[in-house]
Design a protein around this ligand. Sequence first.
Ligand code: HEM
Length: 238
Amino acid sequence: MTMWDQFFWLIFPYLMLTIFVVGHVWRYNTDQFGWSAKSSEFLEKRYLRWGSTLFHWGIVFVFFGHVAGVLVPRQFFDMLGITDEMYHFGAVWFGGAAGVATIVGLFLLMWRRFSVKRILRNSTKADILVLILLTIVTLTGFTNTVAYTATGGHFDYRSTIGPWFRGILTFRPDIMLVVQSPFGFQLHIISAFLLFGIFPFTRLVHMWSLPLAYLRRKYLVYRAVNPKKALQLAKRSD
Ligand code: HEM
């Protein structure tokens, strides 16, 4: 094991996760009014509708794919009677579809941000960095799915990357599990941790502000105001 292995698979993940946690506390305490993804819908709608919908639905399923493939130990699936073949089928077809939706969505969002002048002018450096990093993370992840999971490449991330990642979360990571991983997987993980490191300083914080109250609250009725009618009503109520 080299010094670089120690850095990338031990120090770097904890450094990024620490920045992730402390950064959120700092951002919450100093910038609650800026805690948003600042809508640009009024500047451009067409690309946004498709790009944002595809990206967000795709990434939600990619997230659940990571829970199943990285966070949940294989033994749990064995216990439920889910065989490796069944898992593999899900990872290729459902994971693949989620990956394609995410990538197409990201491409549209990227195209929109760079080609629509007024969107570009209203973008911060952080907005652009997030899009580029998301694209790198997603493309490296998807390349692994295509090159290994879907086409039978010989690498089993469920008994290497999975236990290493769970070890990071439980503070006893075994670096040896990940040092031999193919370069594509390593690039995916390093870029993902980099994304976690910049997360609190970007628009990505909107992820923690899911408007769940919308599901329970009473309807708000919006009406277009007709100035003449409003004046008549006001006069009548005098
Ligand atoms: C350190 C955290 C992460 C680890 C350990 C990890 C690990 C993996 C592994 C092992 C795969 C291959 C899955 C398969 O082929 O079945 C994969 C695929 C993928 N990952 Fe990650 N990943 C991480 C973070 C992320 C993040 C933050 C994103 C997106 C923002 C992401 C997006 C993807 C995508 C799009 C795929 C392709 C799979 C699909 O199409 O559903 N990953 N990742």
